[in-house]
Design a protein around this ligand. Structure first.
Ligand code: COA
Length: 287
């Protein structure tokens, strides 16, 4: 039971010792892996999410491993509730060093069929929620003249992707928020970064976004590294961005997608090229 979670194995023991970290949506998927990594590296971790059933996994593992973890029910779409949660966490712990805005909602729906309520639900969780949490916990970080915020976005924030206009629009907003707060709050000693994972296996994403194995296979075929990430591979990069190893990194968006967002190649990797003629540019693959 002493073995570290995989995401935590790349940083020194105690990297986040005695820091207080809040992870939204921290009970499942990527949020859970980030929370586990932070806790294993010494942080006091508070996960917040809507569904208390999602809290159990971390709380049970924390009890077994001796981690300092707790959970609170919170809908990040409700600004007054977010402010109250921030006040209560600060009252309990005296500080917040790390905020991970990971909570998200997503599903595939053609834009022309998306209801106003569905648009609002996803924009509310992803964009509004990220702002409300950043503001509520950011005030404490400003007072402390230190803090780190990490926002989870997606490469389709800038590439676009059919069927997720709600999520892509929200994530694009979060990316702008990331860069803006990075510049605005740098003078307060706060770093604000984003991570853009490609497809990885997780409870929320797998069942919502590629429920059919054939869809997952088609996605995999377009990834240069030819596989999905694991959640702990993505979480490892999150921990690195939050650690002192990234002390000079702010306003950055780290893409962790196995090369997927670089676009489909014009020809197959390994294609045989025509021999270069004197004075001529390289051609495409030999016919
Ligand atoms: N396709 C189209 N519309 C959908 C939908 C889908 N798959 N899922 C939800 N909606 C619509 C609902 O129909 C509703 O709109 P309506 O009132 O016009 O019918 C609106 O979105 C809100 O849905 P509801 O379930 O009432 O809202 P919610 O706030 O409880 O939850 C989500 C919304 C997106 C968070 C919810 O679908 C969810 O829990 N998803 C799984 C978690 C997740 O997505 N994690 C992130 C993975 S990347």
């Amino acid at each position: 039971m002493s073995e570290l979670p995989p995401a935590a194995r790349w940083l020194p023991a105690g990297t986040f010792e005695d820091e207080v970290a809040v992870v939204t949506g921290g009970g499942t998927g990527l949020g859970l892996e980030i929370a586990r990594g932070l806790a294993a590296l010494g942080a006091r971790v508070v996960i917040v999410s809507r569904d208390p059933a999602h809290h159990r996994a971390l709380l049970e593992e924390g009890a077994r491993r001796g981690w300092r973890v707790e959970a609170r029910v919170l809908d990040v779409r409700e600004p007054a509730d977010v402010r109250a949660a921030a006040e209560s966490i600060l009252a309990a712990h005296g500080r917040v060093d790390v905020l991970v805005n990971n909570a998200a909602g997503n599903f595939v729906c053609p834009a022309e069929r998306l209801s106003a309520n569905a648009w609002r639900a996803v924009l509310g969780i992803v964009l509004d929620g990220t702002f409300y949490c950043s503001q509520a916990f950011g005030k404490a970080m400003i007072a402390a003249r230190a803090g780190r915020i990490l926002n989870v976005v997606a490469t389709y924030a800038w590439t676009g992707m059919p069927g997720v206009v709600h999520s892509a629009s929200a994530k694009a907003g979060v990316l702008a928020l990331t860069r803006t707060l990075a510049v605005e709050w740098a003078r307060h000693g706060i770093r604000v970064n984003a991570i853009a994972p490609g497809p990885f296996e997780s409870q929320g994403a797998s069942s919502n976004l590629w429920p059919e194995p054939a869809v997952a296979d088609a996605i995999r075929a377009r990834i240069p590294l030819a596989r999905f990430a694991t959640a702990d591979e993505v979480a490892a990069q999150c921990l690195h961005l939050l650690s002192p190893a990234s002390a000079y990194v702010t306003g950055e968006c780290l893409v962790v997608d196995g090369g997927a967002s670089l676009g489909a190649p014009m020809w197959e990797p390994g294609a045989r090229f025509s021999r270069r003629r004197e004075g001529a540019a390289d051609g495409g693959p030999a016919s």
